[in-house]
Design a protein around this ligand. Sequence first.
Ligand code: ATP
Ligand code: CA
Ligand code: CA
Length: 414
Amino acid sequence: VGEGGEITYKKIQSSQIMGSIQLGIQHAIGGLASKPERDLLMQDFMTVETTNFPHEGSNHTPAHHYSEFKFKTYAPIAFRYFRDLFGIQPDDFLMSMCSAPLRELSNPGASGSIFYLTNDDEFIIKTVQHKEGEFLQKLLPGYYLNLDQNPRTLLPKFFGLYCYQCNSKNVRLVAMNNLLPSSIKLHQKYDLKGSTYKRKANKSERQKTSPTYKDLDFMEHHTEGLFLEADTYNALIKTMQRDCRVLESFKIMDYSLLVGIHNLDEAQREKTEARKRTDSGQSDGDDAEGEPRKGLNRTRSINRQRLVAHSTAMESIQAESEPIDEEEDVPPGGIPARNARGERLLLFLGIIDILQSYRLRKKLEHTWKSMIHDGDTVSVHRPSFYAQRFLDFMAKTVFKKIPSLDLPEIKGNH
Ligand code: ATP
Ligand code: CA
Ligand code: CA
């Protein structure tokens, strides 16, 4: 946060970054229309297109009132192919990215990245470090070789890599799929790694209206874990195993599973409470902070299909479930689950923050300490150690199978 309360990144006002990147992306997508679709070539992963955006405009850029800037688009043809892989039409991408102002999210991470959400809830734009941007460029061919074979995955899907340059500062940005719906209340949110070293949300995070909690908090809140039907559990764990194998093959670590929990029963109680309060003449609290965002977009984003194909949590793990018909205003695709009290939950989840490669990682004191703490001393095995611990935690501590009612020991007692 800069002076006067304005959010800044590298001393550039966030509102300026948002507006400028929308101009940049609009130009980049528009420019692609003249390039016919064709098979991807290896060199498509290496191209970078640069455009100047002077104040007064130019032959192919509009006039604008932001600071003059340069906009770089990395691997435009390759990313067009990836968007196509996930069924995203150029016009739809343009509409999502550029037709309405972006919304800035508060970031619980320590990295200082800024996150923007598109107004239709489909995409997130995240600022990344130079190293991360470079890593994504190198990762692209191999990564998408994998997504092409297996689009049903919880791995992040990247739809664009850009660099906004202004006053000799570089702001690198990736566009990716948004995992958490903003049209409903997420009663809890967790960023889970399978580590217990310093994995507790700090005080300032806990004071937020919608905090992102960590591993130790999860174990405290859900001592027995989250319960899934056997088929759903198996599909979820299988998907994560497959995804972790890919991450390990790229020596990636430090990723998290992001889990958003909507508690249907709690939501029901909140509704009843709110109704009681209105009936007794008090304000209904609908505008309270932390309430889901309402507006024109709401009904549209809830009832229609997601723009990005196979991108809901249920589609990602290739599972199916009965639609929950009595809750018509809940976005589709959440994974049905129960907490230990038997309350009905919907989980929205995916793997995030994968642009840290072990090879490129800085050897901060924290990481050495956590390595010793976690008992991981053989450094060549670190990415595989990380993946194994991550999977163990998810399969044993976070997610549990609902015991089948058909089991003889349960049946016998009824
Ligand atoms: P770190 O300090 O861990 O490096 P970071 O700045 O790299 O943090 P991430 O770990 O990528 O940030 O994400 C931080 C938070 O942003 C997550 O805990 C989550 O709340 C939100 N977030 C990140 N990616 C997504 C996504 N694809 N969809 C929805 N929310 C996301
Ligand atoms: Ca992270
Ligand atoms: Ca990070």
